[in-house]
Write a protein of this length. Structure first.
Length: 34
């Protein structure tokens, strides 16, 4: 059971980083168009 929890945590952290990177790209693209 603890192993599954740690895997889920890693997945959540990975997705969180992915979202932040995507958001940064989006944000810079929008700034470039202003």
């Amino acid at each position: 059971m603890p192993r599954i929890v740690s895997l889920n945590l890693q997945l959540i952290i990975h997705l969180d980083c992915l979202v932040k990177v995507q958001w940064n790209h989006f944000f810079h693209a929008v700034l470039d168009h202003l």
